[in-house]
Design a protein around this ligand. Sequence first.
Ligand code: NDP
Length: 240
Amino acid sequence: MGRVALVTGGVRGIGAAIAKALTAEGYTVAATYAGNDAAAKEFREETGIAVYKWNVRDYEDSKTGIEQVESELGPIDVVVANAGITKDAPFHKMTPEQWNQVVDTNLTGVFNTIHPCWPGMRERGFGRVIVISSINGQKGQFGQVNYAATKAGDLGIIRSLAQEGAAKGITANAICPGYIGTDMVMAIDEKIREKIVAGIPAGRLGTPEEIARCVCFLASDESGFINGSTISANGAQFFS
Ligand code: NDP
């Protein structure tokens, strides 16, 4: 097939499952990470997938990293903006630092990831932009004013990009996962996690592979008329 895919935050959790699933479908994949060298090394050795390190919060770092990926693997056809963080606190205790870190990573980081890929996609007349948003961007969440704002903002990004890219063969879509059993969710206090699972009609957390399947669907050449959409994958917890 020969298509190249970039997955930010692609060495752990949902991103790692996405990188592996795209590789299995025949894409040449670049998986990025921020600082967890041990996880990146293990992922690289286990999968053979190319790994790159840069901070999505920094535009110049992202641009330089993307140029390196394109010179080594070829032009990026599919960009999956997956890297994200939480810094939870009830609003009255939320610090400007917690707000800024989450906005810089989950919202500005998405701009920094897509923007350098965009001109090449326009020139070549093909592109797939996929952003990993969240159920909590759709419905809001106690303790996540920062996170929910960024994930809702990500939906605004793809809906606008869809309109700008449609005539150039580019689609932009989002996936809103519910609760998935990754480090991010396993870091939640066990008692709170049990309550969360009790509120999911499916009666369980989702798996990273179930989100990766949505990405493969949206990335395919045959999904060209799906543009500006959101796939909710949340075990029937919430319908948008
Ligand atoms: P993890 O915490 O397991 O992994 C996050 C990945 O993002 C890591 O590879 C991490 O790099 C990378 N990352 C974090 N900050 C940066 C940064 N500044 N620059 C570059 N890379 C960075 O997260 P999940 O797999 O759980 O989540 C992936 C995405 O899915 C996130 O956007 C999250 O908000 C979203 N999501 C997750 C849900 C869940 O239940 N898990 C539910 C809904 C949405 P490193 O390995 O170096 O730390």
